[in-house]
Structures are given as structure tokens and as C-alpha cells.
Design a protein around this ligand. Structure first.
Ligand SMILES: C[S@@+](CC[C@H](N)C(=O)[O-])C[C@H]1O[C@@H](n2cnc3c(N)ncnc32)[C@H](O)[C@@H]1O
Length: 276
């Protein structure tokens, strides 16, 4: 069942607030392992999107047709919508993204006049201080499919519940740092169900990009609650065996794209192709 504001003091789903202040980035290093054109024109699902930083980067800079970020925690999804507005407000007119289509600058941005003639490399075209003073820039009308219109968010326990976007299937599903939380909360059966759902929701030839947390990080996480501690006793599957499980479902042998992150965030990123 989705987590609603104030109802979950201990982040037992990995639903950390302020996650990206612990794991800050300008361009996400996990996405950087994927070729530049990887997301162009694709429908993407980001499972466990937290505050939507990765989701927004894919929508803004990677040319995705549509990116849907889902998270079990309603407060995080609200923060993700806010992030989308902020990122849009700070976007330079020539931000170097590879969206073919660009939303026209909203009226208020045009009214800021000379700002469009400033250094195109300036990261904060509409500085954060302006958002504080005047609020975010308005988002252009529905007809536009480019960023930020190509990014949406939904609160859902995606292991248990479907969303309407699932029916059209995705080209790419991302599972970054979420498998441990699904595993600990739903045991082996729940993790298998998650992988099954990913397979079902992907088009043939679609890809699953998984960043599994290593087994040695489970021991700290399970101490968060009695339920997780109890669930952990029954776990037979191990992250090193996830590839085998995915192959049984019809995915290719996993391709290790690399290992990123520092300290406790040092994790592999693997790619699986749906081939049957
Ligand atoms: C550790 S964070 C990772 C955030 C992001 N994917 C990243 O790596 O930058 C894990 C996220 O998964 C979410 N989550 C856990 N179980 C989920 C589920 N069953 N359905 C949707 N989201 C889930 C949590 O709320 C949390 O925001």
C-alpha cells in the first residue's frame, strides 16, 4: 500500500527524504554508463524514482518520448513534481539536451528579456533565487511533448499495483537501488513478482537496467523494523543470482555496464534485454 505523508517515520522502503543530498550529482553516473542515444524517442519507467532527479534528467537531457517515475511514497512523488518545475525553471534556452522538439519558452521567461542572450553554458539561467522570489516558471501547454511535458510521476506500490501507462508497455525500465527494498518488504516471492512485472511491461527487445544493492548491505537495512528483520530470515535469493532469475523469465544474459558510486553507494549496473 502506498505510503502517505507523515505515515512512515522509518524509511523501510528506502523512501529516504533528502536522498540526493547524500548522493548528489549534476549528471547521474549510472545514466552516464548508457550510450547518449539510449533513451531517444523511448518510453521509460523509473521504478522507485524517489524525488525524481534521475527521471527528470532522462526527460530533459536524454530525449525520451515519455518518462514515468513511480514511487511508493506520496511525499516523495510530490517532491518529484516540484523538482520537475524547478528543473524546468532553471533550464537554459540552449541547455544542450537532445530532445528534437522543444517546448517554447513560456511568456514569463520571454519577459525576462535579456537573459536569453547570456552565456548559454550558464547552468542557472533562471537562478534558484528567482524561483524563491517569484515561484517556478509556468509550464507550456499540453500540446508540447518535450520536457517537462514528457515527465510524469505516480504514487504506487509498483510490485502490487498497475498504472495505466503499463498497458502500452515500455522500451526501458529502470530499477536503480530499489531491489533490496522490494526484496526485504516482499520476500523472495515479491522480488520474483517485481521481475515478472518488469518482463510483462517491457516491449519485446526492451531493456531492464538494474542497479541491485549487494547482499552485504541488507544487514543494516533489515534492522530498520521487526517486519524487515523477520522477512530477512526467509530470503533464499541473493543479488548475485538475480541474473539467473531474469534469464529464466526471458531476458538475455546480463551485461555489466560498470560499477559506480562511492562508499556504501558503490554498486553495479546491469542491463538485460527482453528476448522472449
Ligand atoms: C534508495 S531509493 C532509490 C532512488 C532512485 N531510484 C535512485 O537510485 O536514485 C529507493 C526508492 O524506491 C522506492 N520504493 C521502494 N519500494 C517500492 C515499490 N514497491 N514501488 C515503488 N517504489 C518503491 C522508495 O520509496 C525509494 O524512494
Amino acid at each position: 500500500m502506498p505510503v502517505h505523508a507523515g505515515s512512515q517515520a522509518v524509511p523501510i522502503y528506502g523512501n529516504y527524504h533528502g536522498y540526493y543530498s547524500k548522493r548528489p550529482f549534476i549528471r547521474d553516473p549510472r545514466l552516464a554508463l548508457l550510450p547518449t542515444e539510449f533513451f531517444v524517442g523511448k518510453r521509460v519507467l523509473d521504478v522507485g524514482c524517489n524525488e525524481g532527479w534521475v527521471t527528470c534528467e532522462i526527460g530533459q537531457f536524454r530525449g525520451a518520448q515519455q518518462v514515468i517515475g513511480v514511487d511508493i511514497d506520496d511525499t516523495l512523488i510530490r517532491a518529484a513534481w516540484k523538482r520537475r518545475r524547478t528543473v524546468w525553471s532553471l533550464q537554459s534556452p540552449e541547455s544542450g539536451d537532445i530532445n528534437e522538439e522543444r517546448c517554447p519558452p513560456p511568456k514569463r521567461q520571454r519577459l525576462l528579456g535579456d537573459a536569453s542572450t547570456t552565456d548559454n553554458n550558464t547552468h542557472n539561467y533562471f537562478p534558484a533565487s528567482c524561483e524563491h522570489s517569484y515561484g517556478p516558471l509556468p509550464i507550456p501547454g499540453r500540446g508540447c511533448g518535450a520536457f517537462p511535458r514528457n515527465v510524469t510521476f505516480r504514487t504506487v506500490d509498483w510490485v502490487k499495483d498497475e498504472i495505466p501507462e503499463d498497458y502500452d508497455q515500455y522500451d526501458i525500465v529502470l530499477g536503480f537501488s530499489v531491489s533490496k527494498w522490494i526484496h526485504l518488504n516482499n520476500k523472495d516471492e515479491g522480488l520474483k513478482e517485481f521481475f515478472y512485472r518488469v518482463h510483462q511491461c517491457l516491449k519485446m527487445g526492451g531493456v531492464f537496467v538494474l542497479e541491485p544493492q549487494p547482499w552485504d548491505t541488507y544487514s543494516k537495512a533489515r534492522r530498520m523494523s521487526e517486519t524487515l528483520k523477520e522477512n530477512a530470515k526467509y530470503l533464499q535469493l541473493r543479488p548475485d543470482g538475480f541474473g539467473e532469475l531474469l534469464e529464466e523469465l526471458g531476458f538475455s544474459h546480463g551485461q555489466r555496464l560498470g560499477v559506480t558510486g562511492k562508499g556504501g553507494f558503490r554498486r553495479p549496473v546491469d542491463l538485460y534485454l527482453k528476448q522472449r
